[in-house]
Design a protein around this ligand. Structure first.
Ligand SMILES: NC(=O)c1ccc[n+]([C@@H]2O[C@H](COP(=O)([O-])OP(=O)(O)OC[C@H]3O[C@@H](n4cnc5c(N)ncnc54)[C@H](OP(=O)(O)O)[C@@H]3O)[C@@H](O)[C@H]2O)c1
Length: 344
């Protein structure tokens, strides 16, 4: 409980003049409009038990949710700001860090509901772990390290060109993702729950091992239509990798460094970005295309399954992002679909 600390933890004690004028006559009225002045009390309740966890007095009207989180942390250090989800409704959406109390529809005392998001880990760490794993694991199978295919195959090399090409494509894909994570993406969220890393790594690492086992197997048979099939697949893979990278660059350019700005992405001079005319998440479209190319190249069932699972997951995300765009931007281009032009 932090009621005892209320004098120490208030943000700023504002005079009645502060915030631009006298308070509303009806201080119980919701303060959804910009000119309303927030009365200055915030109580934080546990979203599950409704137990009162904290009371902050004389809070500045312009205080943001990020500032409220910092104050809450002072009395509950185990819940650092990235772990906190503050909501207006126990089951509602989390408020954004940049939301300002004065602009929220709250009464005399703002009641916020707290949920613990669990231990957090930085997005960059998550992505680096997720992507370095498949890169490394695939190479173990490619080089046929001992205890995988039997002693007589230790450190031997496949006689099929496609196996070497597949290794180059697979490694290129994950090296590209690692470099993009470090130098291209501008994430709006600093952290994600630690438990997600176990789920995500199981997915990426597990599939990489399964695919690599079969592709690099001494009894692997090359694709049915030989070099023609491999060349076509390589072309699909390369085009989709270029497309995916182009979209990532276009998304990066939407957001100035250090900001969390979200804008409607539009096609640029780069023809690979023209897919933005038809879909909201062309980076996912190209990602799926890359894996289809890889599946055709290797003609390997686990690769086809990985493509299918990835496609399903990215379709779910693309639909969510598409819905958010429609909600957020009134002038959102009506022709766009989430991930597959005219279809899905
Ligand atoms: N094989 C698979 O199963 C699989 C699954 C998922 C992803 N991937 C790959 O990983 C890549 C990245 O995935 P992701 O889910 O992070 O992609 P994403 O949501 O499209 O985001 C890519 C980057 O662009 C930013 N961004 C997105 N929309 C924006 C907008 N309207 N305005 C400003 N910035 C915006 C994102 O910032 P925020 O932090 O704000 O989102 C993020 O930094 C994908 O393109 C794909 O290649 C592969």
């Amino acid at each position: 409980m932090c009621e005892s600390h209320r004098r120490q933890v208030w943000l700023v004690t504002e005079s009645s003049q502060a915030g631009g004028g006298p308070r509303n006559a009806d201080t119980n009225a919701p303060h959804a409009d910009q000119d309303a002045e927030f009365p200055g009390q915030v109580e934080i309740l546990d979203a599950k038990t409704r137990e009162k966890l904290c009371f902050l007095d004389k809070v500045e009207p312009h205080a943001t949710i990020a500032e409220i989180k910092n104050l809450f942390t002072k009395t509950h250090p185990q819940w650092y700001p990235a772990r906190q989800s503050l909501r207006l409704d126990p089951k509602g959406k989390s408020l954004k860090d940049e939301d300002v109390l004065q602009k929220l529809p709250v009464g005399t005392t703002a009641t916020l509901y707290f949920r613990d998001l669990g231990a957090q880990i930085s997005w960059v760490t998550v992505f680096l772990t997720e992507y370095a794993g498949p890169l490394f694991i695939y190479l173990l199978f490619y080089f046929r390290v001992p205890f995988i295919y039997g002693h007589k195959y230790d450190f031997t090399s496949s006689r099929h060109t496609v196996v070497h090409l597949a290794c180059i494509c697979h490694s290129f894909h994950y090296i590209k993702r690692l470099l993009e994570t470090l130098f291209v993406h501008r994430f709006s969220h600093g952290t994600m729950p630690l438990r997600n890393i176990f789920k995500n790594c199981t997915y990426y690492w597990g599939f990489a091992a399964w695919m690599a086992y079969y592709i690099n197997h001494p009894l692997y048979t090359p694709p049915t239509y030989g070099a023609q099939q491999v060349k076509l697949a390589l072309a699909i893979f390369v085009i989709c990798q270029l497309g995916n990278f182009s979209i990532h660059m276009a998304l990066r350019d939407l957001r100035p460094a250090g900001s969390k700005t979200r804008k409607i992405p539009y096609p640029t001079k780069n023809p690979f970005t023209w897919l933005f005319l038809l879909v909201s998440c062309p980076n996912y479209t190209y990602e799926v295309g890359s894996w289809i190319g890889f599946a055709i190249m290797t003609q390997c069932l686990p690769v086809a399954l990985f493509s299918l699972v990835g496609f399903t997951q990215m379709t779910i995300w693309a639909k969510g992002k598409h819905r958010s765009y429609l909600k957020e931007f009134r002038d959102y281009p009506p022709l766009r679909m989430p991930i597959i032009p005219f279809l899905l």
